[in-house]
Design a protein around this ligand. Sequence first.
Ligand SMILES: *[C@@H]1O[C@H](CO)[C@@H](O)[C@H](O)[C@H]1NC(C)=O
Ligand SMILES: *[C@@H]1O[C@H](CO)[C@@H](O)[C@H](O)[C@H]1NC(C)=O
Ligand SMILES: *[C@@H]1O[C@H](CO)[C@@H](O)[C@H](O)[C@H]1NC(C)=O
Ligand SMILES: *[C@@H]1O[C@H](CO)[C@@H](O)[C@H](O)[C@H]1NC(C)=O
Ligand SMILES: *[C@@H]1O[C@H](CO)[C@@H](O)[C@H](O)[C@H]1NC(C)=O
Ligand SMILES: *[C@@H]1O[C@H](CO)[C@@H](O)[C@H](O)[C@H]1NC(C)=O
Ligand SMILES: *[C@@H]1O[C@H](CO)[C@@H](O)[C@H](O)[C@H]1NC(C)=O
Ligand SMILES: *[C@@H]1O[C@H](CO)[C@@H](O)[C@H](O)[C@H]1NC(C)=O
Ligand SMILES: *[C@@H]1O[C@H](CO)[C@@H](O)[C@H](O)[C@H]1NC(C)=O
Ligand SMILES: *[C@@H]1O[C@H](CO)[C@@H](O)[C@H](O)[C@H]1NC(C)=O
Ligand SMILES: *[C@@H]1O[C@H](CO)[C@@H](O)[C@H](O)[C@H]1NC(C)=O
Ligand SMILES: *[C@@H]1O[C@H](CO)[C@@H](O)[C@H](O)[C@H]1NC(C)=O
Length: 787
Amino acid sequence: MNWKRLLVTASLAAILPFSGAQQDTNPCRQVASQQVQARAGIKLDYTSDQKFLVRFDGETAYKCITSVPIDNDAASTMIDVLKRYFSFQSTISYLKDPPKSYQQLPVDVMGRFDEIKAKIGNKNYTNQYELELDIRSIIRDAHDGHFTYSAGILGLFTWSLNESIISVSSDGRELPQIFAYSDILNEIKNASPIVEFDGKSVFTYLQTYLKERSDPTTVVDPHAAWNRLMQSSASVLGKTGHKPSASLAFNHFQATQVYNGPSLRGKFANGTTFEWAYMAGSSTNLTKAQYFDGQAIYEGRVLNADYDDDEFVVKAMDESSKRVQATEMTLSASTTTSNKTYVGYPTNPIVTQVQFGSGGVVSGYILTNDSVGVLSLPGFRKADGASLASYRSAVSDFITKAKKAGVKKVVIDLSGNGGGQVTLAFDLFNMFFPSTRPSHLFRARAVPELLTYGRFVTGITMNKNKLFNSSTVSVVTDEYTNNRVFNADYSRKPGNARWASFDEFYGPVTIHNDSFTNVGQYEYDDDGLTIAKRDGSSPPFKAEDIILLTDGTCASTCFVFASLMKTGAGVKSVVVGGIPQNSPMQSTSGTRGSNVRDLSFLSESTDMVRNFAHGFTDKQMKGLNITSEDLANLLPPLDKAPFVVGSSAGVNILDTVLPTSPETPRQFVYEAANCRLFWTSDMVRDITRLWSTAAKYASGDESVCVSGSVDGPGSRVNDTITDSPGFSYSTTWENANQTNISKADSSPNSGGNSGSGDEKDDDSAGNLLQLTPISLAFMALTFLLVV
Ligand SMILES: *[C@@H]1O[C@H](CO)[C@@H](O)[C@H](O)[C@H]1NC(C)=O
Ligand SMILES: *[C@@H]1O[C@H](CO)[C@@H](O)[C@H](O)[C@H]1NC(C)=O
Ligand SMILES: *[C@@H]1O[C@H](CO)[C@@H](O)[C@H](O)[C@H]1NC(C)=O
Ligand SMILES: *[C@@H]1O[C@H](CO)[C@@H](O)[C@H](O)[C@H]1NC(C)=O
Ligand SMILES: *[C@@H]1O[C@H](CO)[C@@H](O)[C@H](O)[C@H]1NC(C)=O
Ligand SMILES: *[C@@H]1O[C@H](CO)[C@@H](O)[C@H](O)[C@H]1NC(C)=O
Ligand SMILES: *[C@@H]1O[C@H](CO)[C@@H](O)[C@H](O)[C@H]1NC(C)=O
Ligand SMILES: *[C@@H]1O[C@H](CO)[C@@H](O)[C@H](O)[C@H]1NC(C)=O
Ligand SMILES: *[C@@H]1O[C@H](CO)[C@@H](O)[C@H](O)[C@H]1NC(C)=O
Ligand SMILES: *[C@@H]1O[C@H](CO)[C@@H](O)[C@H](O)[C@H]1NC(C)=O
Ligand SMILES: *[C@@H]1O[C@H](CO)[C@@H](O)[C@H](O)[C@H]1NC(C)=O
Ligand SMILES: *[C@@H]1O[C@H](CO)[C@@H](O)[C@H](O)[C@H]1NC(C)=O
C-alpha cells in the first residue's frame, strides 16, 4: 500500500469537488446522509445501544462496506500476526480433532488461516469485507466465547429485522413450533407457526444461517445455539441490565453483522407468506467520522489513520479505540435512570441489586403459592455504578429473606448469563456452601512464548535469589495479580502445594498430539480473591433443595459457578429451550474456559518484558533463565501490526479440566442438564411459570421434563462423557425435522392441546404480507424497555 498515494487521493478529493450527483452515488455517502435523516425523524430519548435503531437502507450499506479496498500485503502480515497470537488458544488441537462428545463440527483453526493467506496471495479477495468474513467464520466455527476477533470493518454495520422468533410448545411436552415473537407476546389467537424461511424448511434455514451468517453464537451445544436465535427476556436483561445506558439487545436471528440480503421471506403454516426487511444500523456517526467512501473507512477502521511520510505508524490500541468512540453517535442521553422493566418478569421482587436494570442485574422473588424462592442472576458483571459488593449483598439478602419465608425450593436462574467477574462465582458458591472447599482445575497450551512470559513474571514475583529490588517486584506483582497464566505464584498444584517455579507448572506434557502445561488449581482462599470466606457454617439450603436453571448459554464465570455447584455440592440443573426434539440438552455450553486474555494484554506483556529486560543485568537475566533470543521471539507488539485490533480480540488461555478426565478440556466433554423443559407461550409472557415448573422438577416431579431428557449423559456429578453421548451435531439437526408440520395449526395461545388440528394446505394464496402492525407492536415493546 502506498501511503503517499492515499494522502494524495484524499486531498484531491477535498480539492476537486465532485458533482452532487456523483457524490450521491457513493453508497457510503448515501448511508451517512440517510443516518442523519433517520436520526432527525426519531423523537425517542435514545440511549447508547439504540443507535442501532437509527436505521438506513441495508443494501446500500452492503454496497458501502464491500467498497472498502483490501491491501493484500497488510492483510498477509496481519494473518501472520494473528496466527502467532491465536496459538495461545488452548483448544486448537481439540477443535481440529474433537472427541465424539463434542456437539459441533471440527475446525482446523491454523489450517483455515493458511487458506486465507493463500487466498490473499492469489489476490482472491476483492475487498476487505470478504477477508474479514473469512476470519469471522473461523471464530464462528470455534464456538468459544473467549476466542474472539472483532476488528476492522466488520462491526461497522449491523443489519437487523424488526421482528423476532421464538419456539414454544403447546403444553410443554409437545414438540415446539416456531412463531413470530409478536404473535406470542400479543396472544394472537390461532397464531400460525413459521414453516419456511427463504423457501427452505425453517430447520434447514436456521442451521445454515447459524453456520454461515450469524454472528458467532459461541456455544458448544446446537440447542443453545438455537436459543441464541430466539427472543429471550433473560438475555436482554443480562446484556442491558448492567449498563445504565443500554436498553436494547438483539438476538442472533434478529441482527447480524454479516449481510443476509435485503429481506427475509418466509411462510406460515396457514399459507400466508411474509417478508421482513433488513435495515442497517451503526454505532458510528458516519458523517462525523467522514466515512464517505470505502477508502476513508479503510483508513479509519483497518489502519490507524495516523502515519508519517515514510513509514506507517500506528497508534497504540487504546488510542485507536478512543478514536472509534470519539466518532460514535451522541444521542441525547436519557436523563432518567428509572427502572427498566423486562418482558415477563414479575414486578414484585423481594430483592433487587442497587440500580437494578441500570447497573445491577440481581433480583430475587418468592412464588408464595409454591413456596419457591427464585434468584435471578443473568450476569456476573461488575456494573457501571453497581459494585461487586452490592451484587454480593443482594444475593445475601435474598438468602436471608428466602430462609425467613421458609421457602422449600430455591431456583437459581442463570439464563442469559454470559459470565463476568470470576470472583463472584467463588463468592456465591461460598454463600450457599460455606463449609465446602471446591477445586477448580485448569491448564494452558504450552507455547514457547508462554515459557518466557512465565519465567519472567514468576521469576520476579517469587524472587528466590533476591535478584530484584522491591520496586521491580511490586510493579510486576501488581501487574500480574491473580494471573494464573504467567504467574505460577497465584496457582497451586492439584492438592494445594505450591509450584517451585514457573518451569514446574509449564511442563510441557504431550496430550492429543499437542503440548500443554501441567494441571493447576485455583487457590482462592489465600490470594485475596474472595470476600465471602469459607466460615464452616452450615449451608442455608440443602443441595437437593436448590436447582440451577439455564438456557444453555451459561458461559465463562457462569460456567465456573455452575460447575462448582454441580461438582462441589451436587446441585442439579434444569435447562430450557433448544431444537424441537425429545432429547437431553447441556446446561452450560457457553465457553467453559477458565480465563480469557485480550490480544492487547499479550502485546503489552511483550512491551513490559522487553522494557524491564533492557535494564536488567546479565546476572538477573540468567536468574530468570531468559536469553536475548527468547526476548526476540516474544509475540510481536500489536502496534506494529497493520489492522486496528479492538479490545474484544482474545483467546481462551486456560482450559478447565475435570479430575475424572484431566486430558480433555471441559469444553469438549458432554454434560447434560438433569432435566430439559420446552418453553410454552405462558412462560414467555410470565416467567414465574417457568420458575414454578423448574421447582416442580426439584420436588421430584420428572413428568415436567421433555421426554428422554432426565439425567442424560454426563448429568451426574462425576460423570464424564468424552465419547459419543448417542447423538452428534449432524443427527441433532437431522432430527430437528421431527416437528410435525401437519399439526402446525395448533395455536400456542389457545391454552392446552389443540388436538384436532384442521389440516390446512400450504398452497393457499401466498400473499406477501408486510408485517407492519405486528412489527410496530414489537418495536413499541422494545421502546417500553427504555422507560
Ligand atoms: C481463487 O479464485 C479462483 C477463481 O474464483 C479459484 O479458482 C481459486 O481456487 C481461488 N484460489 C484460492 C486459493 O482460493
Ligand atoms: C396466518 O398466520 C399468521 C401468523 O400467525 C397471521 O399473521 C396471518 O394473519 C394468518 N393468515 C390468515 C389468512 O389467517
Ligand atoms: C426438513 O424437511 C424438509 C422437507 O422434507 C427437507 O427439505 C429438509 O432438508 C429437512 N431439513 C433438515 C435439516 O433435515
Ligand atoms: C418494520 O419493518 C417493516 C418492513 O419489514 C417496515 O414496514 C416497518 O416500518 C418497520 N417498523 C419499524 C417500526 O421500523
Ligand atoms: C453526527 O455528526 C454530525 C457531524 O458532526 C452531527 O451534525 C450530527 O448531529 C451527529 N449525529 C448524531 C446522531 O450524533
Ligand atoms: C427502582 O426500583 C426500586 C426497587 O424496586 C425502587 O426503590 C426505586 O424507587 C425505583 N426507582 C425508580 C426511579 O423508579
Ligand atoms: C396463586 O394462587 C392464587 C389463589 O389460588 C391465584 O389466584 C394466583 O393466580 C396464583 N398465582 C400464581 C402465580 O400462580
Ligand atoms: C501431530 O502433529 C504433527 C504436527 O502438528 C502432525 O504433523 C501430525 O500429523 C500429527 N499426528 C497426528 C496423529 O495427528
Ligand atoms: C530497581 O531495579 C531496576 C532494574 O534493575 C532499576 O532500573 C531501578 O532503578 C531499581 N530501583 C531502585 C529503587 O533501586
Ligand atoms: C534454563 O532454560 C533451558 C532452556 O529452556 C533449560 O534447558 C534449563 O533447564 C533451564 N535452567 C534452569 C535452571 O531452569
Ligand atoms: C467426585 O470426585 C471427587 C474427586 O475425584 C470425589 O472427591 C467426590 O467424592 C466425587 N463425588 C461423588 C458424588 O462421587
Ligand atoms: C404427524 O401428524 C400426522 C397427522 O396428525 C400423523 O399421521 C403422523 O404420524 C405424524 N407424524 C409424526 C412424526 O409425528
